[in-house]
Design a protein around this ligand. Structure first.
Ligand code: GLP
Length: 264
């Protein structure tokens, strides 16, 4: 695992956007096969998405041959609801890209058979030859996608029950009313994310400091599902200075030294 530490979320977001654009261009230079990108929601990736939109607008990268799969979606929330992850993704990313509509995949939280929806999603990822890069965030309790604490690190796309903590944190998007936050979601599993050839996780702000410490220095454990990244060969966490407050000084120095030596 690598941990890239930037001064603030803006600099971290630019790093992540550049990484994604570089990878898309590298693949396009060697094959016609589409680039398969996993995407997340939340406030964390918004600056990265804004930078990707700028890059497309300025002709620095194209999403015409990119296929995307989002991590998760609430169960029972109409796709037209402003807080559905469908709405979020169009608002903050897709509407500003040159991506063909048919290349966008987001779980349908209103599907009549949710289990069949999840199984079909896993199959669609396999049919697309798996992820080249998965961009994720993390919850305050260390959850990745909606894989709450004590989710199996071997989990795949499925229906999940949200914890009270997550619903409370996410109630800020629902006018502060926890009762409006759905109780269930569809989510890719930890193993779905870790199956990606490269995983980039954004961790910004002091509220994520404990999650970062557990993920990086703690044991690999279902207690903090992001810690599963420890077993990945190309796992990168991009964080800002306020998220590293709980890391040991020795860990901080180690990651900074690697960053400098490898010019990341
Ligand atoms: C939700 C999403 C996660 C996201 C997390 C953090 O739980 N399912 O994918 O990482 O929120 O959100 P934020 O970036 O707003 O802190």
């Amino acid at each position: 695992m690598k941990v890239i530490i930037r001064d603030d979320s803006k600099a971290g977001s630019l790093w992540a956007a550049r990484r994604i654009a570089d990878r898309i261009r590298e693949k396009a230079a060697r094959t016609n096969a589409p680039f398969v990108l996993g995407l997340c929601t939340g406030s964390t990736p918004i600056e990265t998405y804004a930078e990707l939109i700028r890059m497309v607008r300025d002709g620095e990268v194209s999403f015409k041959n990119v296929i995307t799969f989002n991590m998760d979606e609430y169960v029972g929330l109409p796709v037209t609801h402003p807080e559905s992850y469908h709405s979020f993704m169009h608002r903050y990313l897709f509407d500003g890209l040159d991506i063909p509509a048919e290349n966008i995949h987001i779980l349908n939280g209103e599907a009549p058979d949710l289990e069949a929806e999840c199984a079909a999603y896993e199959q669609a990822i396999v049919d697309a030859s798996g992820f080249d890069l998965f961009l994720g965030g993390v919850g305050e309790d260390g959850h990745i996608a909606f894989n709450e604490p004590f989710s199996s690190l071997e989990s795949r796309t499925r229906v999940v029950t949200l914890t009270e903590d997550t619903r409370r944190v996410n109630s800020r998007f629902f006018g502060g009313d926890m009762n409006l936050v759905p109780r269930q979601a569809l989510s890719v599993g930890v193993a779905t994310v870790l199956g990606s050839r490269e995983v980039v996780i954004l961790v910004f702000g002091s509220k994520k400091a404990r999650a970062l410490k557990d993920a990086v220095e703690g044991p690999m454990s279902h207690y903090c599902t992001l810690s599963g990244l420890q077993a990945h060969n190309d796992g990168i966490i991009v964080c800002d200075e306020s998220a590293v407050g709980e890391l040991k000084v020795s860990s901080y120095r180690y990651f900074k030294a690697v960053e400098e030596a490898e010019n990341l």
